[in-house]
Design a protein around this ligand. Structure first.
Ligand SMILES: Cc1ncc(COP(=O)(O)O)c(C=O)c1O
Length: 429
C-alpha cells in the first residue's frame, strides 16, 4: 500500500484522500502540511488485531508519530502503546491511553523515566543492568513494578544498518548469545521490586523478509526453554517488536500486517510445540506499518533551477527539517503532482525535488518522474506518516509543519503549524 486506502483521483483530476481534495486542504491549512487518513490508520489497526485474534496484543510504537488525536484513534481501535521516554508516556496518558496498555522501553532510561513509569503504572521493559539498581530506589519496598526483559536475539535483518537492532553488535537489548539475557532474567526474577511478566525483542525496522522474525522467535524460544528448565520461569508474554516494512515507492512490495502477524504466530506456536513449552501471549508493536501509509506530506514548489545537461531542481517549502529520512538513511520516496497524479508516460520529466534547508544533501527525491512543475504547484510525498514529523527539527530556524487528519470529506487540524514565537519559547534573551 503506497497510498492511503481512501486515495482516489477526484472530479477535478486532483488527488483526493479521506474524501478531501488535497489542493483545497493545502489552500486551507498551508504547506508544508502532513495529512493523515484516519480510515487507513483504522484499517491497518484492524488488520493487525484481526490477524492476532486471541493470541496476544498489538501495541502501536509511538515513536513513529504521536499526537493526541492520532493516539486516540489508535486507542479506539483497541491497540496498546510502546513509549520510550517520560515525554511520550505523558503524551500517551494525556491522550487517554489506559496505563495497563502502555509499555515503557529505552536503552538508557533515566531515574526520572523509571519514576514516571512507576507513577503511571505501566509495564517497564528493562534494557540495561543499571536499571535494576535504580529501580530499588524508585519502587517503594513491598511493591512491585510489572516488567519485561528486552532480549537481543542476535539476528541481522535485511535492512539499513542504522535501523537494525537485534544483532549482537547493538546498543539494544540483553544479548542471548553472550549470556547477558539469562543473567538479566535471573536478576529480574530475584528483584524484590519487580514482577517479571514477559520477555521482549525488536530486531529492526523496514524489514521485508519475515524469515528474520521467525529466526529471532526460534532463538528466543530456545532461551525460554532453558529458563523454564533451569529457573522454572515461563514468560506470560513474548514481544516480537515491530519492524514490518512499508512501500515507499511503486517498486516496493512488503508483506502485509496479516502476513507479519501470521508468520510470528506460526513461529511461536510451532516453536513452543517443538520444545514442549506453554504458549505465551504474543505482543507486536508496529510503528511504521501503521502510521507510514496513512500519512502524506504536501509541499508547494518554489524555485526551479535548471542546469542544462545536468539536472533540474524543483525546490519545495519543506525538506530535511520535516523529513530527515532521505538524508539519514538514503530513503527513497515517490513524488506525485497533486493536480496531475496519473500523467501519461510522454508527459513525464525528470526532476529532483530539493528542500529549502541550507545543506546540499537536503534532497527529498532524486530524479523523480513528474509532469512539468512550475512555481506554485503542489507535490505530495506518500508514505510519509512515520519517522518524518517524529524526527522533525527546527534546523535553520524553520517552524515545523501543521498536521491534519482527513475523514469523510472533512479535514481537521490535529497539530497547528509552529510559529516563529514557538521557536523562541525556551531561549533566554
Ligand atoms: C523497540 C521497538 N519497538 C517497535 C519499533 C517500531 O518499529 P517499526 O516502526 O519498524 O514497526 C521500534 C522502532 O525502532 C523499536 O525500537
Amino acid at each position: 500500500m503506497l497510498l492511503p486506502v481512501t486515495y482516489r483521483v477526484g472530479a477535478g483530476g486532483r488527488m483526493e484522500v479521506g474524501g478531501c481534495d488535497l489542493a483545497a486542504v493545502a489552500r486551507e491549512f498551508g504547506t508544508p502540511l502532513y495529512v493523515y487518513d484516519e480510515e487507513t490508520v483504522r484499517t491497518l489497526a484492524r488488520e493487525f488485531r484481526a490477524a492476532m485474534g486471541e493470541a496476544g496484543h498489538v501495541l502501536y510504537s509511538a515513536k513513529a508519530f504521536a499526537s493526541p488525536q492520532f493516539l486516540r484513534v489508535v486507542a479506539e481501535e483497541g491497540l496498546g502503546l510502546d513509549v520510550v521516554s517520560a515525554g511520550e508516556l505523558e503524551l500517551a496518558l494525556r491522550s487517554g491511553l489506559p496505563a495497563e496498555r502502555v509499555y515503557f522501553l529505552g536503552n538508557n532510561k533515566s531515574r526520572e523515566d523509571l519514576a514516571a513509569a512507576w507513577a503511571a503504572g505501566v509495564t517497564l521493559v528493562v534494557d540495561g543492568f543499571q536499571e535494576f539498581e535504580m529501580l530499588r530506589e524508585v519502587v517503594p519496598a513491598g511493591r512491585r513494578l510489572r516488567a519485561e526483559v528486552r532480549l537481543s536475539p542476535g539476528v541481522r535483518p535485511d535492512t539499513h544498518e542504522y535501523i537494525a537492532t537485534g544483532q549482537l553488535d547493538s546498543k539494544f537489548g540483553f544479548s542471548i548469545e553472550s549470556g547477558a539475557a539469562r543473567q538479566a532474567v535471573e536478576q529480574a526474577l530475584a528483584h524484590d521490586r519487580l514482577e517479571l511478566v514477559g520477555l521482549h525483542s525488536h530486531i529492526g525496522s523496514q524489514i521485508f523478509d519475515l524469515r528474520a522474525h521467525a529466526a529471532a522467535m526460534a532463538i528466543m524460544l530456545d532461551l525460554v526453554a532453558e529458563l523454564r528448565r533451569d529457573l522454572g520461569f515461563s514468560p506470560g508474554r513474548l514481544g516480537a517488536g515491530g519492524g514490518l516494512g512499508i512501500a515507499y515507492t511503486q517498486d516496493d512490495d512488503p508483506p502485509t500486517p496479516r502476513e507479519f502477524v501470521t508468520t510470528l504466530r506460526a513461529a511461536l506456536y510451532g516453536g513452543c510445540a517443538e520444545r514442549g513449552l506453554p504458549v505465551p501471549e504474543l505482543v507486536v508493536e508496529p510503528g511504521r506499518s501503521l502510521a507510514g501509509p496513512a500519512g502524506m506530506a504536501l509541499y508547494t514548489v518554489g524555485a526551479i533551477k535548471e542546469i542544462p545537461g545536468v539536472r533540474t531542481y524543483a525546490a519545495v517549502d519543506g525538506g530535511m527539517g520535516d523529513n530527515i529520512r532521505p538524508k539519514l538513511y538514503g530513503a527513497r520516496y515517490e513524488a506525485i503532482k497533486v493536480d496531475d497524479p496519473e500523467p501519461a508516460e510522454r508527459d513525464l520529466h525528470t526532476v529532483t525535488i530539493a528542500g529549502k534547508y541550507c545543506e546540499s544533501a537536503d534532497i527529498l527525491v532524486s530524479d523523480a518522474r513528474l509532469p512539468e512543475l512550475k512555481t506554485g504547484d503542489l507535490v505530495a510525498l506518500p508514505a510519509a506518516g512515520a519517522y518524518c514529523l517524529a524526527m522533525a527539527s527546527n534546523y535553520n530556524g524553520m517552524p515545523r509543519p501543521a498536521v491534519v487528519m482527513v475523514r469523510d470529506g472533512r479535514a481537521r487540524l490535529i497539530r497547528r503549524r509552529e510559529t516563529l514565537e514557538d521557536l523562541f519559547q525556551s531561549e533566554v534573551f
